[in-house]
Design a protein around this ligand. Structure first.
Ligand code: BES
Ligand code: MN
Ligand code: MN
Length: 462
């Protein structure tokens, strides 16, 4: 297999570059046809790789690509989930090369080169590893499990229609485990496996003061400015210790057992390199927790966008009527996104001064997940990484969210294995997103080893 992968390397890369040229931005209706083109591209490549069937499943939004290869009903079945949609490329001027014209460039963390394009890492590059790993197993007669692929086009905008698809297709989606590559490893020489993901509560707030924009000289000082008020309200959501002040916010937070905290602390983490990568002089966060903990096992609250008043060229003196913000909270077990959204709403309304009116609208959310580290599938993933890296992967917790993972558990009764290959520094959702050639090829090598170990362990009644 190694030989086949090495000999196909250039083609494997070029096919991915072709796919990355299709701007499958799911949130912007302008790209609707491109999103479909990306789905069709994937369907064709899956068929070519050797699946029995590959279909484009229509939804009320963007299509889901579903494909399967059933070799033997007695063998275990792996359901591969991923997404072919991407985040918008904005702000486009901050890219050093156009987001949908992929190029390979070297970086300090990727001396073998990295593919720069929107979706290179999140998640087209990581999905395509599965297609090429599958092709490799087919060509070498080494496929040891049945495989089902469910690749959606709406992950970046809330997976609205996947929920319906999953509920309506329980039989079709029957499997033993879900395999997902949409997360990160610690470093290219430090493999790791995420054993959990944070959940998400996302809300939009509007603070309204006077019924119209006012002259800031005529009224300034006498009428509350909604932007000032909103800023004060936001600032009060955290105290000096970096704790979130919403009453009840931490009530359901599960504290990690000391032993697990210590295990996490053993993972190599270079704070200086972290700061240098981000060009910051200091990190921030909740007192009493390390940077790694702050971004994985602890909840957080962030303003994602804030606007109001005059933001055009030059100076316009105005006391605006409205100020708005998008606020997200990352959640950890066992926080519940709906409950947290309610707590936030009640608190935000309560702290509003009499000078303004406040409106809070919730957006999509997601439950946090923990995946067992003693399951057959986790062990198989761990063995696969150990074999391809020559190092045992470290179990970590991811800071990002894949809301649909909790739904898979609830609707299909299936746990997921989060075997991602990206780096946190790969700039997903940012300008200059990239994915290392090393990571891409390592994924293609490691995935077949997962199938091998998973079938072995399942056959041995592990
Ligand atoms: N692949 C990411 C999530 C991720 C990234 C998990 C890195 C762990 C490590 C996913 O595509 C994503 O961006 N999720 C969104 C969820 C949202 C759009 C509902 C997120 O985390 O913001
Ligand atoms: Mn993703
Ligand atoms: Mn994403």
């Amino acid at each position: 297999m190694q030989h086949y992968i090495q000999e196909s390397k250039d083609r494997f890369i070029n096919e991915l570059l072709d796919w990355l040229r299709i701007p499958s931005v799911s949130t912007d209706p302008q790209y609707k046809d491109e999103v479909r083109r990306a789905a069709t591209f994937l369907q064709e490549k899956l068929l070519k790789a050797g699946v029995d069937t590959a279909e484009i499943h229509e939804t009320a939004g963007h299509p889901i690509v579903y494909a399967e290869k059933i070799i033997d009903a007695h063998l275990p079945t792996v359901l591969v989930y991923g997404h072919y949609d991407v985040q918008p490329a904005d702000p486009i001027d901050l890219w050093t090369s156009p987001p949908f014209e992929p190029v390979i460039k070297e970086t300090s963390l990727h001396p073998e080169g990295a593919i720069f394009a929107r979706g290179a890492c999140d998640d087209k590059g990581q999905v395509y590893m599965h297609v090429k790993a599958f092709e490799t197993m087919m060509q070498n007669n080494t496929l040891t499990c049945n495989v089902k692929f469910m690749i959606e086009g709406e992950e970046e905008c809330g997976s609205d229609n996947l929920e319906h698809f999953v509920k309506a297709n329980q039989e079709k989606l029957k499997a033993d485990v879900i395999l997902i590559s949409d997360t990160s490893i610690l470093a290219n020489d430090t493999p790791s496996l995420e054993a959990g993901l944070r959940g998400l509560a996302y809300l939009e707030v509007t603070v309204t003061g006077p019924n119209r924009d006012l002259h800031s000289g005529v009224y300034g000082g006498a009428v509350a400015n909604p932007i000032n008020v909103l800023s004060e309200m936001i600032a009060s959501l955290k105290n000096e210790q970096g704790h979130i002040t919403i009453p009840g916010f931490y009530d359901k937070v599960v504290t990690l057992p000391q032993a697990e905290r210590e295990a996490l602390a053993k993972a190599p983490f270079d704070l200086e390199a972290y700061k240098k990568d981000l060009a910051i002089d200091a990190v921030a966060g909740e007192e009493g927790y390390s940077t790694m903990e702050r971004a994985s096992i602890r909840p957080s609250l962030d303003v994602n966008g804030i606007w109001g008043g005059y933001t055009g060229e030059g100076a316009k003196t105005v006391l605006p009527s409205k100020a708005q913000a998008k606020i997200s909270m990352r959640l950890v077990p066992n926080q519940n996104p709906e409950e947290i959204a309610d707590l936030f709403t009640a608190h935000f309304k309560k702290i509003a001064p009499a000078t303004v009116k406040v409106e809070v609208v919730p957006h999509h959310g997601g439950h946090p997940v923990v995946t067992p580290v003693d399951s057959v599938a986790f062990k198989a993933a761990s063995k696969a990484m150990e074999e391809s890296w020559g190092k045992t992967p470290i179990p970590t917790r991811g800071g990002g969210s894949i809301p649909i993972v909790a739904l898979f558990e609830q609707e299909l009764g299936l746990k997921s294995v989060l075997m991602g290959f990206g780096l946190d520094s790969d700039a997903i959702h940012s300008p200059d997103e990239h994915y290392g050639i090393f990571n891409y090829m390592k994924g293609i090598e490691t995935i077949p080893l997962f199938y091998k170990h998973y079938a072995d362990l399942m056959a041995n009644g592990q």
